[in-house]
Design a protein. Structure first.
Length: 112
């Protein structure tokens, strides 16, 4: 899969507050779909849709354990998203530093 497609899936998955909440919960440890649904009041079917989206994006991994489906965090796509964000963070920091230097040179007294 092309990096852009991975990023599209990751950011689309993270756009929903329910899915972000699932990731926060899974940061505490694995949970079944039922355990994820319980505090939200959501049906199992509704929660399964959110889980499937997160799983398709690679943000979580699910495994059948007995009669339940257990979910845990997956990290690879987040690493790619962080690399993308870091690149643009550095790019904008350099541009802003250059803009600051430009204004400092124009007004060496610093009275902008």
């Amino acid at each position: 899969m092309v990096q852009q497609e991975v990023l599209d899936r990751v950011f689309a998955s993270l756009a929903d507050p329910t899915r972000r909440g699932i990731l926060v919960r899974l940061g505490e440890g694995p949970a079944t779909v039922g355990e994820l649904a319980e505090p939200t009041g959501m049906t199992l079917t509704g929660m399964k849709k959110h889980v499937r989206i997160l799983e398709d994006a690679g943000l979580i991994v699910t495994e059948k354990v007995g009669r339940a489906r257990e979910c845990r965090l997956g990290s690879a796509p987040l690493d790619e998203a962080m690399a993308w964000i870091s690149f643009y963070q550095r790019l904008w920091a350099r541009r802003l530093d250059g803009l600051d230097a430009y204004f400092t040179l124009r007004d060496p007294k610093g009275s902008r």
